[in-house]
Every structure is written in C-alpha cells, then in structure tokens.
Ligand binder design. Structure first.
Ligand SMILES: Nc1ncnc2c1ncn2[C@@H]1O[C@H](COP(=O)(O)OP(=O)(O)OP(=O)(O)O)[C@@H](O)[C@H]1O
Length: 279
C-alpha cells in the first residue's frame, strides 16, 4: 500500500485531508467543543495547544474518526463522519496511542510490523511479506531505532516505546498521523530524539499531514507549520504557526501572561508576570 492508495471503496476527492465545520461536542449536557472550523491539507503539521481540559483530546478523537460530533460536520479523508464506516477510515490514519496495550514480549521490529493490520499481537493469518519488512526497517531507521530493533517491548524506555509506536502507526502509509502528547514523560534526550525523528519523517514524506497535541511549546518540532489554540472548548486562534504562536494569543489561550520566543525554529514559553523582585 502506498500513500496515494485510495480507500477500498472509491477514490478520494482532492482537497483537505481533514475538515471540520462549526463542530460541537456535547457530553452529559456539557459543551466540550463549540464552533470548531478547521481544514488540514497534505504536508501541513498542526500543533493542537491548550490548557488541561481545553478539549484537545476530544477534538483529536473526532479527527481520528474515533467519535462523532454532536453537531456540525467532520470530513476525514474526504468522508463525512456519520455516513461512512469509521473502522474503514481509521485504517487510513496513523493514530499513536501512548497507552498501547501490548503485554507480550515482542521485539521492536515485531511491534512495528503489527501496524500493518493495526493489531496488538502479530496477525497469524496475515504474515508480513518482504516489502513490509523492508518498510519496517526504513521506518525503524527514520525513528532512530535501528540499534534496538531486536530489543523486547517490556525492556524499552518510554521514549523508545513512543518512537516505536510512531513507526508502527506509519506502517500502512497513512495520509495522516495523529499524536496525543507524544513527548509526555520523556527525558531531555528522548524528547529531542523524538522531535528530530518527526522532523526527518516530515522531510522524507512531504505529503504526510499530522496533528500533535501538547500543553508545552518546547515539545513542538521545528517542522510544525500550523497551530490551533483551544480554550474551554473554543478556538482562540488557528492558522500558520507564526501568526498563531504569539505572546498575545498564547497568553489568551492559557489565561496567563506568557512570553513566547522562537530560536532556531523551536519555541520557548515563560511567564511574563514574575513575582521575584528584579527578575
Ligand atoms: N463523557 C464526558 N462527559 C463529560 N465531560 C467530559 C467527558 N469526556 C471528557 N469530558 C471533559 O471534557 C473536557 C475536555 O477533555 P479533553 O480530554 O478533551 O481535554 P484536554 O484538552 O485533552 O485535556 P488534558 O490536557 O488535561 O489532557 C474535560 O474537562 C473533561 O473532563
């Protein structure tokens, strides 16, 4: 399967890979999202930012065809949620679940290969062919995992698992990669290796689009092109990263005076309201 393969039923229309129009999500009488309108094109790499409880994971669930909106429209790969079999759509999305429920001692290579059929354990009825092995090797290399390709899952560090899961999600050549806080809990080296791998991946696959959820600007790869800021379920700003990741908009999103700076492509954020005299 290649990145240009159509969905099994009929060909994909051209246009955005993801589109939402005036989306609302209401659960148990509570508005979790309201008025979200968004379009994500091939080659765009979006950061989804906002404080705890802003609705980031809820929105990622819609984009990953995991759940449906209460009102509004969500088109994933040109298909309207509610009108298609979402299991079929999900097969064309790379969704990285940091809580991957694997229990058996598979090697990194075996875990990556399970991405082909999106199973947890190796699919006994669908053995991977030589092309799949070759692709797994390339992805393992891109994600900087060659040295640990034979290591067993239970022995891996959190950072190694995170990168292995991204390689796994990319096995079926998805058009879209969705990541929920992939750098959470990683030490400095592991985080930097992850971000470097994402930059390399995006460089090697210019048609891929991605959405990365985080609370922390330091966890954004340099290759981030767009950002959407969420606060209390509503969009504070969305668009090209340099227009959205500003001191003013980030402060409004996090409801706190925060100063943003960008150095050599990466962002840092710190409070603009220091309480230490002279600081
Ligand atoms: N089924 C539900 N019923 C009611 N409220 C819910 C339900 N699911 C989630 N919520 C609430 O919706 C809000 C948004 O949750 P969500 O997980 O999308 O936020 P988030 O931005 O990803 O947060 P975090 O950064 O803490 O992971 C939270 O306040 C959460 O408690």
């Amino acid at each position: 399967m290649s990145t240009s393969d159509p969905l099994p039923t009929d060909p994909l229309p051209t246009g955005p890979l993801l589109r939402t129009r005036d989306v609302e999500v209401v659960r148990n009488g509570r508005h979790l999202l309201r008025g979200i309108t968004l379009a994500i094109e091939p080659g765009e790499h979006w950061a989804l930012l906002g404080p705890n409880g802003a609705g980031k994971s809820t929105l990622l669930g819609l984009l990953g065809a995991v759940s449906h909106p209460t009102r509004g429209e969500v088109d994933v790969l040109g298909r309207r949620l509610g009108r298609v079999d979402i299991r079929e759509l999900r097969a064309h999305l790379g969704h990285v679940n940091p809580r991957h429920p694997l229990r058996s001692p598979l090697t990194v290579r075996e875990v990556v290969l399970t991405g082909l059929a999106n199973t947890i354990e190796p699919d006994l009825y669908r053995k991977p062919g030589p092309e799949a092995f070759e692709r797994a090797e390339r992805l393992i290399e891109t994600l900087g995992m060659t040295a640990v390709a034979e290591s067993l899952w239970p022995t891996l560090s959190q950072g190694e698992r995170g990168r292995a899961l991204i390689a796994r999600a990319l096995m079926p050549s998805p058009r879209l990669l969705l990541m929920d806080e992939p750098a959470t809990g990683l030490d400095l080296t592991a985080r930097e290796l992850l971000l470097d791998s994402l930059d390399l991946l995006r460089h090697q696959h210019p048609e891929l689009a991605s959405v990365l959820v985080t609370h922390h600007l330091e966890e954004l790869p340099e290759s981030t092109t767009h950002a959407l800021l969420l606060r209390e379920g509503e969009c504070v700003a969305a668009g090209p990263v340099d227009e959205v990741m500003t001191t003013e908009l980030i402060s409004a999103c996090f409801d706190h005076p925060i100063r943003i700076s960008r150095h050599e492509g990466r962002w840092t954020a710190r409070t603009a309201a220091r309480r230490v005299p002279g600081a």
